[in-house]
Design a protein around this ligand. Structure first.
Ligand code: ADP
Length: 372
């Protein structure tokens, strides 16, 4: 006998491919309609409009229901969750808000209110996550871009501020083109690519133009980024910090007190050593370190052999030293580099490879760590 409960039990076998939870517990099943003739129609609410995996969800729902002996026809209607429903889905997937443990006291996390001086985000519930590295070339900008897209793919409203003033690359990584546009009050409108609101020096100068911002100019530029951008409502603002531990990094860190920080390193001992210094800058600026991401951890060869080109264990040992979690390990993958060069981060592609999955998993860890 076909009833709602039988349908729901069957739908529990279908998982959201990204959140890795069944669609019933994620509150994605909005309505079920049964006809005596064996026709079933269901409404499935996606976490995000234009979810790249909607076809997979739809197919799996249809197949699962057609498996039931009394069902002979299935129609699936897709809709999209509102912000409240999405929150409910994420708390089902990621559990309750995390609270700092007694053994690791940390400053308050979460909302920006009263902490940062970023105009337009004051009083909002935006979580600000800055991405730092001890030195250049470890993949900090690549990781930031992919995390931004992964968070957007998970249904969050995401902004990205490229504060890597001397080595800005986010415009290219996102395939952005055209200069800055402003509203009638001369406020900068962010670019919008791959679901991410983006502000970068690339809006004002070409990447191949040498940028020598000396002290006052640099300060002015940063003030403009902090005060003159019309950000939409955001759940996350990721900040691509300059590499290193110099004055610029410290200056920016001090402008963003209590921002949460993610450190990117390669597995190499020397890279983790300099990343440790970046962590010290953060601590001086009273920023909370959310965790460590190890990039370029390994390479999978065509025959499945795993090569650890840059050594092993650096990310974990840095995380242990700082008493923060290792949020994930990202493999070296030619597609990551290609995606960056083409302006289509791997996380924006429909089918996620090993690195894309790893970025998505790290994004989920960040969601959990900041307690959204
Ligand atoms: P940073 O911001 O730390 O200076 P980038 O993000 O510019 O580093 O990355 C340096 C280079 O390494 C770029 O060419 C980028 O495409 C490449 N890269 C970064 N991470 C990966 C990865 N996981 N797999 C393959 N190439 C990567």
């Amino acid at each position: 006998m076909l009833d709602q409960q039988t349908i729901l039990t069957k739908l529990k076998t279908v998982k959201d491919p990204e959140l890795q939870h069944n669609i019933v517990d994620l509150h994605m099943v909005r309505g079920i309609n049964l006809e005596a003739s064996g026709q079933v129609s269901v409404e499935i609410a996606l976490t995000v409009a234009g979810c790249p995996l909607h076809e997979q969800i739809e197919t799996e729902v249809r197949q699962a229901l057609l498996d039931l002996p009394d069902v002979n026809q299935v129609s699936v209607h897709l809709s999209v969750m509102d912000a409240g429903e999405r929150k409910q889905a994420f708390s089902a997937a990621f559990g309750a808000r995390t609270t700092p443990t007694a053994t690791r006291p940390s400053p308050s996390i979460g909302p920006l209110a009263g902490q940062a001086k970023i105009q337009g985000l004051a009083n909002s519930q935006t979580s600000m996550v800055a991405v730092a590295s001890g030195k250049g070339g470890v993949g900090k900008s690549t990781v930031t871009a992919n995390l931004a897209v992964a968070l957007s793919r998970l249904g969050f409203r995401v902004g990205l501020m490229d504060l890597d003033i001397y080595g800005f690359s986010q415009g290219r990584l996102f395939g952005a083109s055209g200069g800055a546009t402003s509203d009638d009050q001369d406020k900068i409108r962010p670019w919008n690519y791959h679901g991410v609101s983006l502000v970068s020096m690339g809006m004002f100068v070409r990447e191949d133009q040498a940028v020598i911002w000396r002290g006052p100019m640099l300060g002015k530029m940063m003030d403009q980024f902090f005060q003159d951008v019309v950000w939409p409502e955001l759940d996350f603002l990721l900040i691509d910090l300059p590499p290193g531990t110099g004055d610029v990094a410290l200056n920016i860190a001090q402008k963003l007190p209590n921002a949460q920080l993610v450190l990117v390193t390669t597995p190499q001992a020397v890279a983790t050593h300099v990343a440790h210094r970046a962590a010290e800058v953060a601590t001086r600026a009273r920023q909370r370190i959310v965790g460590v991401i190890e990039n370029m951890s390994y390479l999978i060869c065509p025959h499945g052999e795993v090569l650890r080109i840059f050594g092993e264990g650096g990310g974990q040992s840095l995380a242990d030293e700082l008493q923060v979690p290792l949020l994930g390990q990202i493999p070296i993958e030619p597609e990551v580099r290609q995606g960056s060069d083409l302006g289509t981060p791997v996380t924006s592609q429909t089918k996620l490879g090993e690195a894309g999955q790893a970025f998505l998993a790290v994004a989920q860890e960040i969601v959990r760590a900041v307690g959204r």
